[in-house]
Design a protein around this ligand. Structure first.
Ligand SMILES: O=C1O[C@H](COP(=O)(O)O)[C@@H](O)[C@H](O)[C@H]1O
Length: 258
């Protein structure tokens, strides 16, 4: 059997955050060593809060914010200051809380002028990736240094939902969705090939509410989007979870190490 996703379980969010910080900073250093910047994609949902707990903590190690290029793994087709915006959430939870005087990261938001047309919104965001990751003629797929993803209680990740036709997308980097089962219905998302091509993928899932879906993802797979990411990334994929989320899940939990 090929290499499998790493499952790291912690007693609570505090210990999870310590490990997540070490992991993100290792990815940051690898990205900077490779190309001078750290290209990271982030989800919305519960992730930004945990990420803030990890990255805003004091530490001897350094978050080099001015070397970060932040992208969105998915985004809702709403204005940037809307309550449903993943950017607004990341801003409120993390970006607005960076210590005073911090040189900020470069954050690539969607272009709000295309909100009426999700295909155009997705195409424009894809062009943002093309500009950042070099010309699409020479790069088959963008290669993120790290994607930080959430896992919905139905096994969705980004805005890739179970059984949705978008899971069969093979050519677009960014795709529109008009019928997201979770509101709001209109969104854009990185596609599965892009997610699977990332150097590293880290999922964060906490709370007993995720237990059922964690069992299904790790024991059966069932074609769930999160399971498809696991299958396509092997040990480049790491899950940071709390014990409550994986109680009763039959899958080897590894002690965390870099
Ligand atoms: O709608 C979304 O949900 C997922 C999962 O959210 P969570 O609250 O269960 O962590 C999130 O990863 C995605 O970015 C968001 O648009």
């Amino acid at each position: 059997m090929g290499k499998q996703a790493n499952l790291y379980a912690f007693p609570g969010v505090d210990s999870l955050a310590v490990a997540l910080r070490a992991y993100v900073l290792a990815c940051q250093e690898a990205g900077i060593a490779r190309h001078g910047v750290f290209k990271v994609g982030v989800s919305g949902g519960s992730l930004p809060k945990t990420l803030a707990a990890a990255l805003l903590a004091d530490g001897d190690d350094t978050v080099k914010w001015d070397r970060w290029e932040v992208f969105f793994a998915d985004e809702r087709a709403v204005p940037l200051d809307h309550a449903d915006s993943n950017y607004a959430l990341l801003k409120a939870e993390l970006l607005d809380k960076l210590p005073a005087g911090t040189a900020p990261p470069l954050v690539h938001t969607i272009s709000p002028e295309y909100l009426d047309d999700t295909q155009e919104l997705a195409d424009q965001y894809e062009q943002t990736l093309v500009r950042s990751f070099a010309s699409r003629d020479s790069v088959k797929l963008p290669i993120f240094d790290l994607l930080l993803l959430g896992c919905g209680p139905d096994g969705h990740t980004c805005s890739l939902f179970p059984g949705h036709e978008l899971l069969r997308e093979t050519s677009a980097w960014v795709a529109p969705i008009e019928d997201s089962p979770k509101p709001p219905p209109r969104r854009i998302t990185l596609t599965l090939p892009v997610v699977r091509h990332s150097v590293r993928v880290a999922f964060v899932a906490t709370g007993a509410g995720k237990q059922g879906i964690m069992k299904e993802i790790f024991e059966e797979g069932n074609g769930l989007p999160c399971a498809l990411v696991n299958e396509g990334t092997g040990d480049r994929c790491s899950w940071f979870v709390d014990n409550a989320a994986v109680e009763g899940v039959s899958y080897p939990k590894r002690p965390f190490s870099l």
